[in-house]
Design a protein around this ligand. Structure first.
Ligand SMILES: NC(=O)c1ccc[n+]([C@@H]2O[C@H](COP(=O)([O-])OP(=O)(O)OC[C@H]3O[C@@H](n4cnc5c(N)ncnc54)[C@H](OP(=O)(O)O)[C@@H]3O)[C@@H](O)[C@H]2O)c1
Length: 346
């Protein structure tokens, strides 16, 4: 099998393709011949050496990757309901950037007929992230005003669709004109292209009373204003900090990172109480042992997919060998939907 290994944190050159012995499934595991691999911004952060759960669970060397689609080639002795030859999508905590992977049985799901290997590989991590942010943390109500930053991206495009399913009035914020149409197609009632308009003036015009839910993975550039634009009883869900990660050749600018770290707002419990606002945060990669989250979320998401209420993000595919180009593209901030790697096998 081949896998992409990061031996030490850094730029794109750290993504090294290596050959390794084939894997065997443990008793409650399935072995998957991987056809396609979803790329997440967290993989780039892992490459940069700044992803806490990569350091916590693996250290370096590390093979990034949270999601794959492929065909089961063998199953462990305790697995009775999945068989070799079945097409599946799977979640994994790291090791996804590989042509072969073993995952616990409960992290593999039969491939929904609506999805190709490529679209399936780009679905579970962002869909589960959006589901958790919205339904486990924000608890939306029909009619809620919801603002989604980076709404055309992987997680963002799922948040917009899930907000619509929950009956919310969704405003999607994007950083480039070519993303506006994608956000509208996802069902957003309004969109804001912050590259051409004043983000917060426009957001105020759309929801003069503030937003009931705001989802923010930008970090320092918007977090303070996101908090300020909550309506009473509004919830700000924080789940990433990508604006801090300005890079040169894929290597983070350390001084900028330190300054942005210090500039990141800290929220006062007194202010939260007086203004009836909540700030919630999470990182799904620390929650893999919470089986009910994984299975409950995936069950709901796959059902919406089957009912045609939810679509997987649009994907742009790169060959396995072009992983550095894919990381570079994701970090450019210009991509729409998901990027996936294809392994040339089904
Ligand atoms: N907490 C969790 O469990 C969890 C799980 C999955 C993902 N995440 C986080 O969710 C966010 C989205 O992840 P994703 O994989 O779906 O990525 P993505 O949204 O497809 O791509 C990132 C987007 O962020 C915006 N952006 C702003 N500053 C950026 C910068 N310096 N570099 C790159 N992009 C920048 C760009 O969109 P606009 O310019 O249009 O805003 C860009 O398209 C990331 O911050 C990721 O770490 C968190």
């Amino acid at each position: 099998m081949r896998k992409i290994v990061i031996h030490k944190p850094g730029g794109y050159r750290q993504l090294v393709i290596e050959s390794h012995p084939d894997l065997e499934p443990g008793p409650d595991q399935v072995l998957i011949e991987v056809a396609a691999i979803g790329i997440n911004y967290a993989d780039c952060v892992t490459r940069m050496g700044l992803y806490a759960s990569a350091k916590h669970y693996v250290g370096y060397p590390v093979t990034p990757g949270f999601e794959v689609a492929g065909v089961i080639s063998s199953v462990g002795t305790a697995v009775t309901d999945l068989r070799p030859g079945m097409a599946v999508l799977a979640l994994t905590r790291f090791n996804g950037y590989a042509t072969q992977i073993v995952v616990p049985r409960e992290q593999a799901f039969p491939l929904p007929p609506q999805l190709t290997m490529e679209t399936a590989a780009g679905f579970p991590a962002v869909a589960l992230t959006a589901w958790f942010a919205l339904f486990e943390l924000a608890h939306p109500h029909p009619g809620d005003r919801m603002l989604v930053h980076s709404a055309a991206g992987g997680v963002g495009s799922m948040l917009v669709q899930l907000g619509v399913i929950a009956g919310c009035e969704v405003t999607g914020v994007v950083g480039a004109a070519h993303k506006v149409e994608a956000v509208r197609r996802l069902g957003a009632a309004a969109s804001i292209d912050k590259s051409t308009t004043d983000l917060w003036k426009t957001a105020e015009a759309i929801a003069p009373g503030g937003y009931d839910i705001i989802l923010d993975a930008n970090g320092v550039v918007t977090l303070r204003e996101s908090y300020r634009h909550l309506a009473p009883v509004g919830k700000l869900v924080v789940y990433g900090f990508h604006s801090m990660l300005q890079t040169r050749d894929g290597v983070p600018r350390k001084l900028r990172l330190a300054v942005d770290y210090l500039r990141t707002p800290r929220f006062s419990p007194f202010d939260l109480t007086t203004r009836n606002r909540s700030v919630l945060g999470f990182n799904l990669s620390f929650l893999f042992d919470r089986k009910t989250i994984l299975s409950g979320g995936m069950h709901a998401l796959l059902q919406w997919l089957e009912q045609g209420k939810l679509a997987a993000p649009t994907v742009t595919a790169y060959p396995f060998e072009a992983v550095a180009d894919a990381h570079r593209a994701l970090e450019s901030g210009q991509t729409v939907g998901k990027l996936v790697l294809t392994c040339g096998q089904t």
